[in-house]
Design a protein around this ligand. Structure first.
Ligand code: 3PG
Length: 393
């Protein structure tokens, strides 16, 4: 794949798809990780004297302009971070966008409006893709977080312009790609989160790669049930019990050490001040629900992490948003932070949010900026936004 290092873009209009889909509360950005992650590419282009046209989606406005989902606050923050003006257009297509682009001088930056204000974006509409392309001479995709979407600004546009991956995109693909193709061993995957349904592909794929697979979170209780235990009111996907069994068999067949909770924290209510108890997985009371892994399980998971050369983590071990049930997720995060010899890759989304919440983000080797994208990558799927770039090799 062509990267930014391979091209000179001085004086060129460069359409850069970034993922500025950042959480916002009352117009204030609450986590600017994704903005900071895009800076190397933007700074490089500015330094080269390109005319930098940034485009992103924000939220899910479903094809129409939604005031709270305008990108203006991001332009303001970006400008502060770069210490350089960043113009903000109120459109990403049509005359307004064209005029804004035509006013750019070499080294200037423009942020187009939310590309999802147009219905054609998510439909990967060919006309919209052409319109985006007509704004520029070159296309850079640095939006790893949106690379699993075949949309007009991530996939369609690449058909009409010479293109390259941005530095963030390149780094994400390198780290995740290397983990899956030439992993340091022992290689451990920690898979948590609420539902088996969302992790089928990733568990299946990783069972062909890893030495250890650790299971936690709400999805673990379908595995507990598959072992023949009752799970009380814990999350359970009845229709995935057989699948859970087949995963345990696959682990055995592949010689993968399969770790499940030995003990759990059960609760009589989904709240911080519920009554709780620690029980072995064979003794979950009928009226209670398990909301976190127990201390014995924490110890086992911590020691597996400490003995691993590479760990990929996707999905929390319990309901970490509630302090009472954050212990398991925190234990795993701390184990990763303390295991300085272990290369730790954190899938985006909830695990990244957890690591951030515990103040351990800077102790991790790599935190992916893509939740859905890193998950699909770890499932072994091609990402349309990346494939589109390789087409132009
Ligand atoms: C994300 O936040 O995971 C990406 O920005 C993709 O957003 P989407 O799930 O709305 O496509």
């Amino acid at each position: 794949k062509q990267t930014l290092q391979d091209v000179t873009l001085t004086g060129k209009r460069v359409f850069v798809r970034v993922d500025f889909n950042v959480p916002m509360k009352d117009g204030v950005i609450t986590d600017e990780t994704r903005i900071k992650a895009a800076l190397p590419t933007i700074q490089h282009l500015v330094k080269q004297g390109a005319k930098v046209i940034l485009a992103s989606h924000l939220g899910r406005p479903k094809g129409q302009a939604v005031e709270e989902l305008r990108l203006k606050p991001v332009a303001v923050r970006l400008s502060e971070l770069l210490d350089q003006p960043v113009a903000a257009s109120t459109e990403a297509r049509g005359e307004v966008a064209e005029t804004a682009v035509s006013e750019l001088k070499d080294g200037d930056i423009l942020l187009l409006e939310n590309v999802r204000f147009y219905a054609g974006e998510e439909k990967n509409d060919a006309e919209l893709a052409k319109e985006f392309a007509a704004l520029a001479d070159f296309y850079v995709n640095d939006a790893f977080g949106a690379a699993h979407r075949a949309h007009a600004s991530t996939e369609g546009i690449a058909k009409h312009l010479p293109s390259a991956a941005g530095f963030l995109m390149e780094k994400e693909l390198d780290v995740l790609g290397q983990a899956l193709t030439e992993p340091k061993r022992p290689f451990t995957a920690i898979i948590g989160g609420a539902k088996v349904k969302d992790k089928i592909g990733v568990i299946d794929h990783l069972l062909d790669k890893v030495d250890n697979l650790i299971i936690g979170g709400g999805l673990a209780y379908t595995f507990v049930k598959a072992l023949g235990h009752e799970v009380g009111k814990s999350l359970l996907e009845e229709d995935k019990i057989e699948l859970a069994k087949s995963f345990m068999e696959k682990a055995k067949k592949n010689g993968v050490n399969f770790y499940m909770p030995e003990d759990v924290i059960v609760s009589d209510d989904f709240s911080n001040d519920a009554n709780t108890n620690i029980v072995p997985i064979s003794e979950i009371p009928a009226d209670w629900e398990a909301l976190d892994i127990g201390p014995k399980t924490q110890d086992t998971y911590k020691s597996v992490v400490a003995d691993s050369a590479l760990v990929i983590w996707n999905g929390p071990m319990g309901v970490f948003e509630l302090e009472t049930f954050a212990g398991g997720t925190k234990a795993v995060a701390e184990a990763l932070a303390n295991s300085t010899e272990t290369y730790s890759v954190i899938g985006g989304g909830d695990s990244a949010a957890a690591v951030e919440m515990f103040g351990l983000a800077d102790k991790m080797s790599h935190i992916s900026t893509g939740g859905g994208a890193s998950l699909e990558f770890m499932e072994g799927k091609d990402l349309p936004g990346v494939v589109a770039l390789s087409d132009k090799e």
